[in-house]
Design a protein around this ligand. Structure first.
Ligand code: CA
Length: 225
């Protein structure tokens, strides 16, 4: 069945271009340009995913996202022109599934749409949620079929936070909140450097698989892709 994507974007040319790329990728695509039109449309047509611009005439993307979440769990990708904005949006916990920064390439949006839809598919029954990856909480270790690796306490808590909610984007600030009780001792860069070390260690037990993904302007997420 063809997935139906709703593009909410007031720049008509951009919306049209994105629609063309989505259709070329095998999706159905519809466009709306006014924030007030979105809720009735979603109720009437039940799309499979919504690409939602933040700045819209009528009603802004933030409000529209909240309105949709009041009655639907449809995946939402929020688009914003400011990378710094994403951190604030994450903090509001709007319930969007991904964030993308403008200007974006339509190809990039298509890739994100694919990834979000794939994430929404239920795992085949009986399959373990994280194939072959075991967290040893007592020993701060991660095990896989190819071996095991020891993490520092900080690395372990960092990884466990991401791992327990696959697909969820955590901003650096949120990760710091989870890991450190005393925020004064850390900076954004500290998180980045721990992530770097963590990735290197994980590569020892899960070679050729990227487990921790950077989300540009937003933070990090765990995804077994
Ligand atoms: Ca706009």
């Amino acid at each position: 069945m063809t997935a139906r994507i709703l593009i909410v974007e007031d720049e008509a040319k951009l919306a049209r271009l994105l629609a063309d790329y989505l259709v070329a990728a095998g999706y159905e695509a519809d466009c709306l340009g006014d924030g007030r039109e979105v809720v009735p449309w979603v109720k009437a047509h039940a799309p499979d995913l919504v690409v939602l611009d933040l700045m819209l005439p009528g009603r802004d993307g933030l409000e529209v996202c909240r309105d949709i979440r009041a009655f639907s769990a449809v995946p939402i990708i929020m688009a914003t022109a400011r990378a710094e904005e994403i951190d604030r949006l994450l903090g509001l916990e709007l319930g969007a599934d991904d964030y993308i920064c403008k200007p974006y390439s339509p190809r990039e949006v298509v890739a994100r749409v694919k990834a979000v839809l794939r994430r929404m598919q239920p795992a085949p029954s009986g399959a373990p949620p994280h194939e072959g990856l075991i967290l040893d909480e007592a020993g701060f270790r991660v095990r896989s079929t190819s071996g095991e690796v020891e993490l520092t306490a900080v690395e372990f808590h960092l990884f466990a936070t991401l791992y327990r909610e696959p697909g969820r984007i955590f901003s650096r600030g949120q990760l710091m909140d989870r890991i450190y009780s005393d925020q004064r001792i850390v900076s954004d860069r500290t998180i980045d450097s721990h992530i770097k070390k963590l990735r290197k260690k994980l590569a020892e037990v899960c070679p050729q698989v990227e487990l921790i993904h950077s989300v540009y302007g937003a933070g990090y997420r765990y995804e077994l892709a």
